[in-house]
Design a protein around this ligand. Structure first.
Ligand SMILES: *[C@@H]1O[C@H](CO)[C@@H](O)[C@H](O)[C@H]1NC(C)=O
Ligand SMILES: *[C@@H]1O[C@H](CO)[C@@H](O)[C@H](O)[C@H]1NC(C)=O
Ligand SMILES: *[C@@H]1O[C@H](CO)[C@@H](O)[C@H](O)[C@H]1NC(C)=O
Ligand SMILES: *[C@@H]1O[C@H](CO)[C@@H](O)[C@H](O)[C@H]1NC(C)=O
Ligand SMILES: *[C@@H]1O[C@H](CO)[C@@H](O)[C@H](O)[C@H]1NC(C)=O
Length: 585
């Protein structure tokens, strides 16, 4: 009798314990850390000796370091779209056919379509608490200010705190502008032309050589004034209208302040973890660093060996350490998969007028952000999950930031969507060591909308072939980037086309210096043919979808502009983050 009663109590308890145990093993928490524009040559664990990143390095020591981890695109918006959906950005319409490859206005209508499924959406369905803290850059509204169709809260996150757009030079007073060359072409040149015409006409009139009606002068003057007016208001209002912080759907700081910004976002991420210590959670901490405008708080400013850039990296590394110690303190470390990466390679064109380097290092690799040389797409990739993923393992197989989608979704116990192509592959077999080869025999490298290169890791060899259909024209000639335009463009006369494709064996030539030729490689034609066939097969799976970068979708739409109401009328200024400013450290 007593025995039976004991059993009655014990059985459910045992069942509960077993359940809890298997839940812990099969439904870990996820902390996904994404840096902006950090190069693979920056973290110490990837070989940097002068930049101090002890916390990022600790992830590598306690987990797996991927050495051929590839961003699906060398540019922020498309790379992040691919990361969120596990699909090439072209499949969601997040790949631009023109010069503008990222969203530049908070009030434009392009963005990640709601028909796309993010890993956050699937995890939320599995009972996870989900948060995105930091940079989003995947759109906000479609038709009106209330729809928030592209906002993180419409994509499976139940908490958002951060920047809907991206950190830009224009967001920080005195840090310059990313629009300098565009302004020169679109505004200053027309302005000069108008001024020259005015002077010429006036001179001709004075000399009595030409009858010019007053109306013509008036029109030209008005035109010049209008162009100048638009330029000045653009520069004056760009910052408040595009650089603001939100919490959920509300604007909380406009324009955003850089004071202790990393500390504030880090503290908020830590609070999210604490609030959800008892439930499975997904935290995407998407750093504003190390995109320009560079910033760091007092504790980090002027402390590194690499100027403002190094300070920013070291502050971000500090933040990684803070997050890890919260996990440690709450006893969650063994039950949390931590991932650290960058959305693309370092922006090598970021050099100030005075010659200070504001872009990071891509190590031995050629190129950088905006192009598909290895420097643009080979990014840090670290995964840590003590007890499940081996510590200190290095994996050289090709992997993609799209792989996080199926990996996370499966671990959370959710089925993968079966109504669409998922391009990412589950990383767990590779990470656990149950598989030696990557599931990606082929990977496709897009420059925005355009298929730029194919990567092939044949199953039966150690070669990693990369065939370029075109390469960017670096400028000035001999440079390692496209300096006047700040990023390399992907089409027309901006690129050099290659027939047959320009072929490299990355396993022997990771710097992409010596193209393989039919003379140096007898199987050249066979290899190229196999890769071209794979590209054709892939292209046939890409469907026509609405273009999120159409002109209508990238322009500023006044009716979509978020502007926080303040006592002084419609000034688009407010600061509801003041109370958080004094961050306890
Ligand atoms: C954000 O929205 C979620 C619900 O989606 C809510 O639980 C949370 O309290 C909101 N946070 C703030 C600060 O408004
Ligand atoms: C370390 O990083 C800094 C900053 O990006 C860079 O200047 C330096 O060249 C890097 N060192 C190596 C060995 O890559
Ligand atoms: C976490 O996992 C590691 C490696 O398996 C183990 O050594 C350690 O004791 C575990 N810690 C806890 C708190 O369970
Ligand atoms: C690998 O397999 C392909 C056929 O699938 C064959 O054509 C090729 O010669 C093989 N390569 C090597 C290095 O064995
Ligand atoms: C930043 O945080 C530190 C430490 O909490 C505090 O002393 C300082 O006043 C804050 N700075 C600003 C500008 O709010």
């Amino acid at each position: 009798m007593l025995q039976a009663r004991k059993m009655k109590i014990l059985l459910p308890l045992l069942f509960f314990l077993g359940e809890a145990h298997s839940r812990a093993a099969s439904r870990p928490n996820f902390v996904l850390l994404m840096a902006d524009d950090l190069g693979i040559g920056d973290p110490g664990c990837y070989g940097n000796k002068t930049l101090r990143t002890p916390n990022i390095d600790a992830l590598a020591h306690a987990g797996v370091k991927l050495t051929q981890h590839l961003a699906a695109s060398p540019l922020c918006t498309p790379s992040r779209a691919a990361f969120m959906t596990g699909r090439y950005p072209i499949r969601s319409g997040m790949a631009s056919q023109s010069r503008v490859g990222v969203f530049i206005f908070s009030a434009s209508s392009g963005g990640l379509p709601t028909s796309e499924t993010t890993f956050a959406k699937l995890l939320k369905k599995q009972g996870y608490s989900t948060a995105l803290i930091g940079k989003w850059h995947l759109g906000m509204h479609c038709d009106d200010q209330r729809d928030f169709c592209h906002h993180p809260l419409s994509h499976g996150f139940d908490y958002f705190h951060g920047l809907p757009l991206t950190n830009l030079r224009d967001c920080k007073a005195g840090a310059g502008s990313v629009f300098t060359s565009a302004i020169r072409v679109l505004v200053l040149v027309p302005l000069q032309l108008t001024a020259v015409s005015l002077v010429t006409l006036a001179a001709l009139k004075c000399l009595g050589l030409l009858q010019v009606p007053r109306l013509v002068f008036l029109c030209l003057l008005l035109l010049a004034a209008a162009v100048l007016g638009i330029l000045l208001s653009f520069l004056h209002y760009f910052r408040p209208l595009n650089c603001f912080l939100m919490t959920n759907h509300s604007v909380t700081q406009q324009p955003m302040s850089y004071d202790n910004l990393t500390q504030r976002l880090t503290a908020d991420a830590a609070r999210f973890i604490r609030r959800n210590a008892e439930t499975p959670f997904l935290l995407v901490l998407s750093y504003l660093q190390v995109h320009t405008a560079l910033f760091s708080s007092k504790d980090f400013a002027k402390k590194s060996k690499h100027h403002a850039y190094g300070d920013a990296v070291e502050e971000m590394d500090w933040s990684v350490g803070q997050i890890m110690s919260v996990l440690e303190e709450l006893g969650l470390a063994n039950n949390t998969l931590v991932y650290f990466t960058s959305d693309q390679g370092a922006h090598v064109e970021e050099v100030t007028a005075t010659g200070e380097i504001h872009g990071g290092s891509n190590g031995i690799y050629k190129g950088g952000k905006g192009n598909n040389w290895e420097g643009g797409i080979r990014v840090p990739g670290l995964l840590r999950w003590p007890g499940v993923i081996p510590a200190g393992l290095e994996i050289a197989e090709p992997t993609s930031n799209m792989d996080i989608f199926p990996t996370v979704v499966k671990l959370a116990g959710s089925p993968l969507p079966d109504d669409r192509i998922i391009d990412g592959r589950d990383l767990m077999p590779l990470l656990r060591g149950t598989s030696q080869r990557s599931d990606h025999e082929f990977l496709f490298h897009y420059c925005n909308f355009y298929l730029n290169a194919v990567r092939w890791a044949p199953r039966n060899s150690t070669s990693v072939w990369k065939a370029f259909f075109f390469t960017p024209k670096f400028s000035p000639e001999g440079a390692n980037g496209c300096f006047p335009t700040q990023v390399c463009l992907c089409y027309g006369h901006f690129v050099t086309r290659h027939h047959p494709p320009l072929l490299f064996d990355l396993s022997k030539d990771p710097r992409e210096r010596n193209p393989v030729t039919p003379t140096s490689e007898p199987r050249f034609r066979e290899i190229v043919a196999t890769m071209e066939e794979a590209a054709t097969r892939h292209t046939q799976t890409v469907r026509d979808v609405p273009d999120q970068f159409s002109l209508g979708n990238i322009l500023w739409k006044p009716w979509l502009q978020m502007c926080c109401p303040s006592s002084s009328g419609l000034s688009c200024q407010c600061d509801r983050e003041k109370q958080d400013r004094q961050v306890s450290r």
